[in-house]
Design a protein around this ligand. Structure first.
Ligand code: PAF
Length: 288
């Protein structure tokens, strides 16, 4: 028996078939929610599934490790792919339909077009990972075509990714509504991520300093500090004292944008990216 046949749910690998299923559901009056993922599911993904199940008649989850959003030196080959476990988790959650395309299904031979993303994709993650958002925007556009759902569910942990997708929806008049759901954290505050499994035990311990530094920012602001440079200094001191030296960026941006601010004067997203060994972690928190 194949891996896929052991699970009692509807697993679809063909783009044509998933599209037909979604269109049939919509024409019978059902609302459809869509949760795009790269698998290795954790409670963060499952909270998106829960949100879709609560709001929509039918929920479709896609599992596809999209090669075009990885650069050659990144972890495409070793990205975790526990498909059987993922399907089990989705079944337990009550999700009926999972789209699991192959790379050839998503990118058949001869595909040449990509989606060029604008300024929202340039700083922060875009600067550290060139072409990453082009790959994300391309695959998300393709997924939105083959899974023509009413609502798409994304996690706020990937704050900039969510902005890129919002921009994509607006720029191409895509008939889908974006829902951005809260970050789900481990008990020590570490934002859930499929890549957390790469962390060695001592790095896993250090990793909670990211969340602690975001809380330090929140507390400093609550105590009256509005100067971003002063808050960043406190955050950096904490990260360094936890042994995290390799901080890619700490950015304070107006909520809903990638516009950096020097003073916290309203809802402000504090975004952070740091490397622990070979792993790169991102997190963010809204203050003000
Ligand atoms: O956030 C992710 O898991 C991926 O970037 C996404 C949106 C599924 C596109 O491959």
């Amino acid at each position: 028996m194949s891996e896929l046949e052991t699970i009692s749910m509807h697993v679809i690998t063909s783009a044509e078939e998933i599209c037909a299923v979604v269109l049939a559901a919509k024409s019978s009056g059902q609302s459809v929610g869509f949760v795009p993922t790269m698998g290795a599911l954790h409670e963060g993904h499952l909270s998106l599934v829960d949100a879709s199940l609560a709001e929509c008649d039918l929920t479709v989850v896609s599992i596809f490790v999209n090669p075009t959003q990885f650069s050659p030196e990144e972890d495409l080959e070793k990205y975790p792919r526990p498909l059987q476990r993922d399907l089990q988790l989705l079944t337990e959650r009550g999700c009926e339909i999972v789209f699991v395309p192959t790379a050839a299904e998503m990118y058949p031979e001869g595909v040449e077009s990509t989606v060029e993303v604008g300024s929202v994709a340039s700083p922060f993650e875009g600067a550290s990972r060139p072409h990453h958002f082009q790959g994300v925007a391309t695959v998300v556009s393709k997924l939105f075509q083959v899974v023509p759902a009413d609502r798409a569910y994304f996690g706020r942990k990937d704050y900039q990714q969510a902005l890129v997708v919002v921009q994509l929806i607006e720029d191409f008049n895509l008939p889908i509504t974006m829902r951005v759901c809260p970050i789900v954290r481990e008990p020590d505050g570490l934002a859930m991520s499929s890549r957390n499994t790469y962390l060695r035990p001592e790095q896993r311990q250090q990793a909670s300093a990211l969340w602690q530094s975001l809380r330090i920012a929140e507390q400093a602001h609550a105590a009256g500090e509005t100067d971003v440079a002063a808050i960043k200094k406190k955050m950096m001191q904490h990260l360094n004292s936890a042994g995290i030296e390799n901080v890619d960026y700490i950015a304070f941006v107006t909520d809903g944008t990638v516009q950096e601010v020097e003073t916290v004067a309203g809802p402000t997203v504090v975004a952070i990216a740091a490397r622990l060994g070979k792993s790169r972690l991102i997190d963010n928190h809204t203050i003000g």
